[in-house]
Design a binder for this molecule. Sequence first.
Ligand code: M6R
Length: 364
Amino acid sequence: AVQRATTRLRWRPEQTGTGAHADRTAREIDEQADHAAELVRTWVPSVRSGRVWDQLALPVPERVRFLACGSSRHAAEVGARVLRRLAGTPCEVTVASEHDPADQVPGELTVAVSQSGETADVLRALDALPGPLLAVTNSPTSSLARRADAVFDLGVGPELGVAATKTFTAQVLAGVFLALSSAVARGRLPRSSTAELLDELSATPEALHRAGRLALHRADELAERLAPQPGFLFVARGAALPYAAEGALKLEELTYRWAQCHPAGEFKHGPLALVEPGTPVVVVEDGAAALDTIVHEVSARGADVLRVGWGEGCAFGVLDRPEPHAWGPLESIAALQHLARTLAARLGRDVDRPRNLAKSVTVV
Ligand code: M6R
């Protein structure tokens, strides 16, 4: 079974702030809100009735193992968290290159998340699976899709920049659709909560769009300020962590500057030693959930704190609400991607083709 969003969207320069001559990566960051809208339109009705798994011709899974690498792994972390929290489904996320068949559990559903569907580490991990395989991919004709029992086709069109941007967002949404559909099908959500969650989910494309606009507005000025910095720290908690990790990966990949991401509570166990006057610390907030202690700790040591979140004093005030969503602050990714891309351009990097990296990593 292959399920896809049907409408292909085209980038419209007049809608965006990046200009007609922007690099592909900038355009793909901009496009993602439109693709998110299309995915929401296509899938939310099935999520509401708990029938996403039916559409994929798979039973609602009792247990799930996500396999993925890089950005796809960060996206998988979001889906896994929602699946555990709202559907009560035991699941884990395995770095594909670290996959050990001895860890597999009989009957578990493997969900391989790979935009290209050609990542060798993912394909290699598929030997001797203990149950069915679902591919979440942007390439329904890929090696991964051909191996799978069912395919969730992201359908966001070719992504030409080496950095995963719009495919990351689409993968996050796919994971959330699967998780919420499980929760509905297993009777874990009262009807009123489902309606509320789906309203929030339906608002995410607009939130991504708004966050992207806001980020563009500030990115040049921040890139100028951050250009001399050799390294960056990213911090978050809970549901915001996969986005912070993805923001750090994007920054490393595009700017060639070091970027580490740690849970807030881990800073005092080591990374705090890295903070010196001027060190950029990107704080990815989840609604108004308090990260005050870490902000205080790093500020006291002279860090350049860049809050991505809600309320006063944010570098990017992308959240329009103090309450967190089950899937965390998805819209923050638009700001983090724009920050990385704008800094890379400011540093004269080849934004679409960062050094040493390939779009599809076909070697193990
Ligand atoms: O094609 P895949 O999703 O399997 O690729 C996995 C990673 O190589 C990929 O996400 C990589 O981390 C990105 N280029 C990061 O932007």
